[in-house]
Design a protein around this ligand. Structure first.
Ligand code: ATP
Length: 301
């Protein structure tokens, strides 16, 4: 049974419909990225799933039940978490543990366990005001899982961090995957690719793609041949593209990218033609479109 099933979820603010009918399921133990540009509707979706915002229509079914208090099943880290800077990390976690219903003793034990898990045990008696951005975010993740939720939702957990903080939090998410199901929002494809099993790609309040990274690659990625000539790239590349049926051609300064279906056939023909015509080739490279290109294509569609 999925941890959560979402059906026909919609949300409108004044005259703007920002979530336009979402359907998806989250499977236990998976790490899923909710990927989308600014304003795509990620925070609104997470707020509805966490119970902080009411959908206009649609259903959210947690472990088979549509109605009830699901707070014990959910952990949530908002995009802009607020901490009491005068508390120490340990005090903060013990406090949130008690708010989540743990006894004094349980809260102390769990706080210590999590301080170690998220790697800030050495700083547990330091005031949060003295923590770095990455440490605060790790503390935020610890509070989100203090009550051992089935599903933890993290809203843009790394977006505001410098490269060091980002690395710390992405590594922590790798560890977290062993503990719980994760749904995290991001607008950065690399982060999604690095830690998640599946991607939900949100665009203008609609899911435009969903699946595992390899499913998305198989579906959208295309082989391409990059050519750089010493001069006149566009003329030579266009001549070659007429000889071999390319799907599309992109010329950027000195470089031309020719997208092809049959890379072996194209390679053979291009190299033969380039050699026989003695064209001034300085670079010939075969690759596949990046996922970035794939998502740009999906969005433009
Ligand atoms: N409380 C609100 N009242 C009115 N409009 C809102 C409200 N909250 C969000 N919106 C609008 O809904 C749309 C989706 O916003 P949301 O914050 O969910 O996007 P997002 O994908 O999380 O973007 P970001 O990456 O910038 O946080 C945006 O156009 C936003 O301006």
């Amino acid at each position: 049974m999925p941890v959560v099933s979402i059906n026909g979820l919609k949300k409108r603010f004044q005259d703007q419909e920002v979530i336009k009918g979402l359907d998806f399921q989250l499977t236990e133990g998976k790490c899923v990225a909710l990927l989308g540009a600014n304003g795509a509707g990620k925070t609104t979706t997470l707020k509805m799933l966490s119970g902080l915002m009411k959908p206009d229509s649609g259903t959210i079914v947690f472990e088979g039940a549509e109605k009830g208090d699901f707070r014990s099943l959910i952990g949530y880290l908002p995009q802009y978490p607020v901490f009491y800077d005068w508390m120490t990390g340990r005090e903060f976690l013990e406090y949130t543990g008690k708010l989540a219903g743990l006894s004094n003793k349980e809260a102390k034990g769990r706080a210590q366990e999590l301080l170690e898990l998220v790697g800030i045990a050495d700083a547990k008696n330091r005031r949060i005001g003295k923590y770095s951005g990455g440490m605060k975010q790790r503390l935020g993740i610890a509070q989100a899982i203090i009550h051992r939720p089935k599903l933890v939702m993290l809203d843009e957990p790394v977006s505001a961090l410098d490269p060091f903080g980002r690395r710390e939090v992405l590594e922590l998410m790798e560890k977290l995957k062993k503990e719980t199901t994760i749904l995290f929002s991001t607008h950065i494809l690399n982060d999604a690719e690095e830690v998640c099993d599946e991607i939900l790609f949100l665009h203008n309040g609609k899911l435009v793609e969903a699946g595992t990274m390899s499913q998305l690659k198989d579906k959208h990625q295309q082989a391409k041949i990059d050519l750089v000539f010493k001069e006149n790239t566009s003329r030579y590349s266009e001549e070659l593209s007429v000889l071999y049926p390319v799907t599309s051609i992109k010329i950027n300064g000195e470089k031309a990218s020719l997208f092809v279906e049959d890379v072996e056939g194209a390679k053979k023909l291009f190299l033969t033609e380039i050699t026989s015509r003695n064209l001034p080739l300085i670079k010939f490279e075969i690759s596949r479109t990046s996922l970035e290109d794939v998502f740009m294509k999906v969005v433009q569609k």
